[in-house]
Design a protein around this ligand. Structure first.
Ligand code: CA
Length: 315
């Protein structure tokens, strides 16, 4: 499988470099909204909310930080996540996403410093659910257990949206120290830990600590060894999250974090849905869980005891 333009993944993050050479062919456009006359210039919309959803000229996503129709990425985190999900495959440049053909919808709520508030995140989730997209990637989190955020995630679940979330980077057991939205008890959530090149739980320290630049608000309780969060109840599976090479504005870079693991799972879900469009979000979730490779490094560490295996999940 190489994916499908019919599958849309919403990326709730710092935005996306939608002009990037390796992303632009896979950027979502809202066909119910008037097109920007210059496809790369959000100021060229017709200033009319053509689809009556409350957002004017939201042709390529939305910026919930500034409440504008320009979700361009001024941080780099969201562009990196986008490339892992769906950088264009087999085009002779850059990298390739897990899903070669897909539609990437940037929903910017993290600012240039990688900081955002859960109220804007909830608005972004609701916006995406109303667009009837299939998958949301959430490479962000914190200890703020806000009711309106939970309600937005539940709203998305009720609309059949699969909600993929990073487990967090504090090196903690989130069964004891929950991180949201990954730890909400909502049926559509997949919480993703980060694995390393040896199929162990990814650890980091010093300059590698990704908590500083990826939207996570650090827990008050820091583990002795910073690394991927885990939890035999609250975290579902692992996916690669160490030294991940992907797109950043104008180029490419290598990042660490559960923020990089979550988009591997979101991309996998997109590829599965491109092959089996009739599956429900529950069925895609179960298919991912049932087909992990059960490796020693994740036995008793995550609920499935394993790491993503997309090939098995596609069969
Ligand atoms: Ca609109």
């Amino acid at each position: 499988g190489t994916g499908s333009a019919n599958v849309v993944v919403g990326i709730i993050d710092s935005g996306m470099d939608y002009r990037h050479e390796d992303l632009k062919a896979n950027v979502f456009t809202n066909s119910s909204e008037d097109a920007w006359s210059d496809p790369l210039n959000p100021a060229t919309g017709n200033k009319i909310d053509d689809d009556h959803n409350g957002y004017v000229d939201d042709w390529k996503g939305w910026n919930f930080v500034n409440n504008t129709n320009d979700p361009n990425d001024d941080n780099s985190h969201g562009t990196h996540v986008a490339g892992t999900i769906g950088a264009v495959g087999n085009n002779g440049v850059g990298v390739t996403g897990v899903c070669w053909q897909v539609r990437l919808l940037p929903l910017k709520f993290l600012n240039a410093n990688g900081e955002g508030n859960t109220y804007n995140a909830a608005k972004a989730i609701t916006y995406a659910a109303d667009l009837k997209i299939k998958i949301l990637n959430n490479s962000w989190g914190g200890t703020d257990n806000a009711t309106y955020l939970l309600e937005a995630v539940q709203y998305a679940a009720d609309k059949g949206v699969l909600f993929v979330a990073a487990a967090g980077n504090d090196g903690l057991n989130t069964d004891e120290y929950p991180n949201y939205p990954a730890c909400y008890e909502v049926s559509n959530i997949i919480s993703v830990a980060a694995s390393d090149q040896s199929d162990q739980r990814a650890l980091w320290g010093g300059e590698d600590n990704p908590s500083d630049d990826c939207g996570f608000t650090c827990s008050n309780v820091m583990a002795a060894t910073p690394g991927s969060n885990y939890g035999p109840h609250s975290v579902d599976l692992a996916a690669p999250g160490k030294a991940i090479w992907s797109t950043v504005p104008g180029g490419y870079a290598r990042f660490d974090g559960t923020s990089m693991a979550s988009p591997h799972v979101a991309g996998a879900a997109a590829l599965i849905w491109s092959k089996y469009p009739g599956l429900s979000s529950t069925q895609v979730r179960e298919r991912l869980f049932a087909n992990v490779d059960q490796v020693a490094g994740f036995a008793g560490v995550v609920a499935t005891n394993g790491r993503l295996n997309l090939f098995k999940a596609m069969q």
